[in-house]
Design a protein around this ligand. Structure first.
Ligand code: ARG
Length: 227
C-alpha cells in the first residue's frame, strides 16, 4: 500500500573500499569509520537510509558512473583526472601521502626512493604519484594497503606510500616500521557523484556544510582519530 511504501526511506548507496582505517574498515561484518558515519549523517539529512557497498578501490568510480552507487566515499582524493570522470562534492578532509619504511631503513626523504621498490594500493593517488615520479618498474601494486605494509615488513619491498591516517593504523599493527616525517603530497578528500547529477551534488554539499557547522563532522572524526 501507499502508506507502507512511504514508511520505507529511499536508499543512498555508498561505494567504498573498506580497507582504509579510520575512514572505512570492518568491525566484525559491519563497515565502520569516518566515511561510513559521515555518509550516514548525510543520508539522514537527505531523508534517506545509507547502504554501503564494499568493492575494490578501482571499482568505485565506475560504480558511481554507472549509477550502481549514488556516492563514492573512500577517503578519495580529488584529482584532475578523476574530475573528468565524476563530479566531486566540496572537500571534507585533508589527507597527506606519507612514506613508510622499516626502522633500519636508509631512506629518509622522497628523493631516496629513486630505484627502490615502492608498495602502494592499486589505483590510489599513492600509486599514481609514485608511478609518475619513480617509474612503473619501481611500483608494486597491492589490492589492500595493509598487504603492501606486510610486504614491507617481510622485506619484499623498500617503502610504502599511502595516506597518513591508514599509515598510522598499519604501522601500529605491524612492528618494526616507521613513518617518515617528510611527507610526500598533500591532497583533498571529497565524495564522488555521477557527472551531471547537480541536484545530488548540491544536496550533499548543503548537508556537508550543516554537518561541519553543527559540529557533527568533528565529533565523528574525534571518535576515530585521537591525537
Ligand atoms: N586518498 C587516496 C586516493 O584517493 C587513497 C584512498 C584509498 N581509499 C580506500 N578506501 N581504500 O587515491
Amino acid at each position: 500500500s501507499d502508506s507502507a511504501k512511504s514508511d520505507k526511506k529511499e536508499k543512498l548507496v555508498m561505494a567504498t573500499n573498506a580497507e582504509f582505517p579510520p575512514f572505512e574498515y570492518y568491525d566484525g561484518d559491519e563497515v565502520v569509520g569516518i566515511d561510513a558515519e559521515f555518509a550516514a549523517a548525510i543520508a539522514d539529512k537527505l531523508g534517506m537510509d545509507l547502504k554501503i557497498e564494499d568493492m575494490a578501490f578501482d571499482s568505485i568510480i565506475p560504480a558511481v558512473q554507472s549509477g550502481k552507487a549514488d556516492i563514492g566515499a573512500a577517503g578519495m582524493t580529488v584529482t584532475e583526472d578523476r574530475a573528468t570522470q565524476v563530479d566531486f562534492s566540496d572537500s571534507y578532509y585533508t589527507g597527506v601521502q606519507v612514506i613508510i619504511v622499516t626502522d633500519d631503513s636508509d631512506i629518509t626523504e622522497p628523493d631516496d626512493l629513486k630505484g627502490k621498490k615502492i608498495g602502494v594500493q592499486q589505483g590510489t593517488t599513492g600509486d599514481i604519484y609514485s608511478t609518475d615520479d619513480f617509474g612503473d618498474d619501481n611500483v608494486e601494486r597491492f589490492n589492500k594497503g595493509m598487504e603492501a605494509v606486510q610486504a614491507l615488513q617481510q622485506g619484499k619491498i623498500d617503502a610504502v606510500i599511502i595516506d597518513n591516517q591508514p599509515a598510522k593504523t598499519f604501522v601500529e599493527e605491524n612492528e618494526g616500521l616507521k613513518i617518515l616525517e617528510t611527507s610526500y603530497v598533500e591532497e583533498d578528500y571529497a565524495l564522488a557523484i555521477k557527472k551531471g547529477n547537480d541536484d545530488l551534488v548540491k544536496k550533499v554539499n548543503d548537508a556537508i556544510k550543516e554537518l561541519k557547522e553543527d559540529g557533527t563532522f568533528d565529533k565523528i572524526v574525534a571518535k576515530y582519530i585521537t591525537d
